[in-house]
Design a protein around this ligand. Structure first.
Ligand SMILES: [Zn+2]
Length: 161
């Protein structure tokens, strides 16, 4: 079920509150990311206020994702919250929200806001140093560089002889 608001009711009541959960299929199935996956419903708590030709939406969104750390690949859960969500939703004109009769569909707006709240690279903790193996391979590359530097000197030794 998408998140919809009955505009006729909103006009009559002036304000409405909506609270509920949006299933993953309605908002998160099209996330294309190797490290992040929506697997929990999106909890929403919204206050709607009737305005001329628009509605003022305020509230909060909350869910959590199954992630792998971008540095160490450890699986972890990432809570994502949008606090103090504010949007003026147009009911008329080109920018108007999608409608089905008296019902305006707020789902695309909520989906956009939760996507904007996602990190570019999920990290298991802010100071994650990554895999220990990476440190080892970096060390061995350093050793390789040192031996390259050593070879001209080795050649020089040969000339001296
Ligand atoms: Zn990590």
């Amino acid at each position: 079920m998408p998140v919809t608001v009955n505009l006729r009711l909103l006009e009559k009541e002036e304000t409405l509150s909506l609270e509920g959960e949006l299933p993953v299929a309605e908002f998160g199935a099209d996330l294309r990311d190797d490290l992040m996956r929506f697997d929990q419903p999106l909890h929403y708590a919204l206050d709607l206020q009737h305005q001329p030709d628009s509605l003022l939406l305020t509230g909060s969104l909350e869910t959590s994702l199954a992630c792998e750390c971008a540095r160490c690949l450890t699986p972890f859960r990432l809570p994502v919250r949008v606090e103090a969500l504010t949007a003026l939703v147009a009911l008329q004109g080109e920018e108007a929200v999608g409608r089905d009769g008296d019902f305006a569909d707020l789902t695309p707006l909520l989906r956009e806001d939760i996507y904007l709240a996602l990190p570019t690279n999920p990290l298991c903790r802010p100071d994650c140093r990554g895999l220990p193996q990476k440190a080892v391979s970096r060390d061995s590359r350093l050793e390789g560089a040192q031996s390259d530097e050593a070879s001209p000197w080795a050649a020089l030794d040969h000339i001296k002889l």
